[in-house]
Design a protein around this ligand. Sequence first.
Ligand code: GLV
Ligand code: MN
Ligand code: MN
Length: 407
Amino acid sequence: MTFHSMWAELLPVGRSSASGGYRRFAWTGADADCRDWFRAQAEARGLTYEVDRNGNQWAWLGDPAEGDAVVTGSHLDSVPDGGAFDGPLGVVSSFAALDELRARHVKFTRPVAIVNFGDEEGARFGLACVGSRLAAGQLTVEQAHRLTDADGITLPQAMERAGYDPDTIGPDPERLSRIGAFVELHVEQGRALDLSGDRVGIASAIWPHGRWRFDFRGEANHAGTTRLVDRRDPMLSYAETVLAARREAQLAGAVATFGKISVEPNGVNAIPSLVRGWLDSRAADQATLDTVVTGVEKAAREYAEAHGVELDVVRESFTPVVEFEHALRDELARILGRDKHAGLTVPVLGTGAGHDAGILSGTVPTAMLFVRNPTGVSHSPAEYAAEDDCVAGVTALADVLEGLACR
Ligand code: GLV
Ligand code: MN
Ligand code: MN
């Protein structure tokens, strides 16, 4: 199968006809369809297919037990109304790169695997990179058991309903010890490559980032009969906090976003009793991120007090800065800088987006390739990469895999 035909096959899966965006949430029907697709691709190529104890899918060429494997891949799930590329581009490109290597008749000297990590976006249970975090021991079994979706379904229940055994979840050091290098190809989520005029780049670092839940509790009351002075309206302190987040981020040269909110009782004619908002904040370094989040929380407390509202702030997840391993990064630059790319230096860029590669980087040598995104838009149906650039990404990934696994 060509890149084009694989892409076309996956394109309708989990796509909302209303928004044109993807709703491929962990352990749902759309996720199952993506997983079936992955399995079919593995089997069509005669690769050894396996699902690990955390529900991540693997397709092996060569003997996994040999160790020092070169692994590539990404994820197939999406954010709510996400784009087609974030995740799937890496998985589809991995199969296409393997096909290209076979067409080149290379001789593999190391095992190679393609992986689809489960629940990278955290759209359903609120925590990103659940599959890789569990495997790397960065999420405990107890914490995973407490993850609950908007309908009150826990992660183990969701896994079970999808036909997976939740009793096996947990750290998987044996499996990760098979990996000598992990390379994740991903659509760029910014415009650095567009501005530099390059199709493909190499990742340097991932900004530290986290998610904080702000619960503003006030008093439900009648929207028509309650005098303004008598209200304890949590929506007001929430709204002011959104503006504070923007201000703090701007001052610090960071980013801060309230992109998800839940309101109780959520009635047009009722003052809310609870406004729960999730802050996502990221910065180039830890100190800056701390300054932003501390500033937002301080402002939120002042606003809450002014409105007679109670506030709880809980950090739901945090990923420290990731500096990708220099030796592997330099190896990628060397591989991509020769032959067809002769004379060209491959741009090396940082990103504010989180990735499974970032989670694994604490355990195995890890690197990332980015493919140009002309508008930089991501986590939206407008996310895009031109087919020529995707094909250049496949060639770059094939070159990298050949350089690493066929020495
Ligand atoms: C995942 O894409 C994230 O950066 O939140
Ligand atoms: Mn994403
Ligand atoms: Mn992604």
